[in-house]
Design a protein around this ligand. Structure first.
Ligand code: GYE
Length: 334
């Protein structure tokens, strides 16, 4: 009997290790060590979407730099590789490991109820970061911190309304992010509202590039094979814009301040601002990924028995190729 229990226990630990071991920068195997030997550290399980963009990598770095042993934390990091099923498995793994807090950067808004109910039943607070989630019970998460994506889109659309004020028949190509993510939903909604307000605006092609450079290039190649005379590319992040720029270079199509297609992008990462400074991206709306310290503040409040705000939006700005400076670009932290 005892032997059987031992075998089962070993199998359980192996399963835990395998779950956390996806070969993509997750803390492979460490979960098996569990919180047992945490030396009074606060144990945080972070389920990250993936590593699809510069924004995402900066976000991961911010979290890793915040939740260090020196600062009193033990961080379990799981890279979901852009799959919700992986993220749900990670959440369940964190619950079994009895972490103190779960931090979730959700790939999409829907589909979290079951896993989050399990976390709630286990008494583990869940902090949602970056994208938002839709839940049947608001108590399934403690706090959310991230960007107002609808507002980001509104900033881009307001710039377009000024830039193309008297323009007739404006042909827009719309490259969307990962479908069903708040970043895509908000930025897309803003453009759709802009199109319904401006009768001369037409979205001639629309497709998702899943927030990656590789897909951004592929999608742009397809757009160009269908429409050579696109006026604007409304591109929902920098990495897809980099891919689109590659596709335009290969097709020898002009873009940017020199004339030709006007590219609008989101994130304003360092690499994105370089492209803005060079005049290739005409307008770049900031999306701030440095959430590590913000999540830590929430955790500290909870540690002190305080009630953090349920919803917190971060402040963001935007950069116009006509006015951006070298200093602004160089001082970019991500
Ligand atoms: O814009 C994109 C990333 O959710 C804000 O996801 C984030 C978005 C960001 O892949 O680059």
């Amino acid at each position: 009997m005892r032997k059987k229990t031992l075998v089962l226990h070993s199998l359980f630990l192996i399963a835990l290790a395998l779950l956390s071991c996806d070969g993509s920068g997750s803390d492979a195997g460490k979960i098996a060590e569990k919180a047992a030997n945490t030396d009074g550290l606060i144990v945080v399980g972070f389920s990250q979407v993936g590593a699809e963009s510069d924004w995402r990598r900066a976000n991961t770095k911010s979290m890793r730099e915040t939740f260090t042993k020196e600062k009193g934390y033990k961080l379990f990091f799981n890279d979901g590789q852009q799959k919700q099923a992986n993220q749900i498995a990670a959440i369940r793994n964190f619950i079994r490991t009895k972490v103190d807090y779960i931090v979730l950067a959700p790939i999409s808004e829907q589909g979290w109820d079951e896993a989050l109910k399990e976390a709630k039943d286990a008494g583990i607070p869940v902090i949602v970061v970056d994208r938002m989630i839709q839940t049947s019970n608001p108590a399934f998460f403690t706090s959310w911190i991230g960007s107002d994506f609808r507002k980001e889109g509104g900033t881009a659309v307001a710039w377009m309304e000024k830039k193309f004020k008297d323009r007739k028949n404006l042909k827009i190509a719309h490259m969307q992010g990962s479908m069903g993510s708040s970043a895509q939903i908000g930025r897309t909604e803003a453009l759709q509202e802009g199109v319904s307000r401006n009768v001369e605006w037409k979205v001639v092609v629309r497709d998702s590039g899943d927030f990656t450079q590789v897909k951004g290039k592929e999608v742009m190649e397809r757009f160009l094979s269908e429409y050579r005379d696109i006026d604007v590319l409304y591109c929902e992040n920098d990495n897809m814009a980099f891919g689109a720029i590659q596709a335009m270079d290969e097709a020898r199509l002009p873009y940017g301040l020199r004339g030709g297609l006007v590219i609008i992008s989101f994130d304003a990462t360092r690499a994105g601002l370089e492209q803005t400074l060079a005049g290739n991206i005409a307008f770049n709306v900031e999306c701030n990924p440095l959430h590590g310290p913000r999540v830590e503040r929430i955790i500290q409040q909870l540690q002190e028995g305080k009630k953090p705000n349920k919803i917190v939006y971060v402040d963001e700005t935007a950069f116009d190729a006509a006015t951006i400076t070298r200093e602004e670009t160089n001082s970019r932290a991500y």
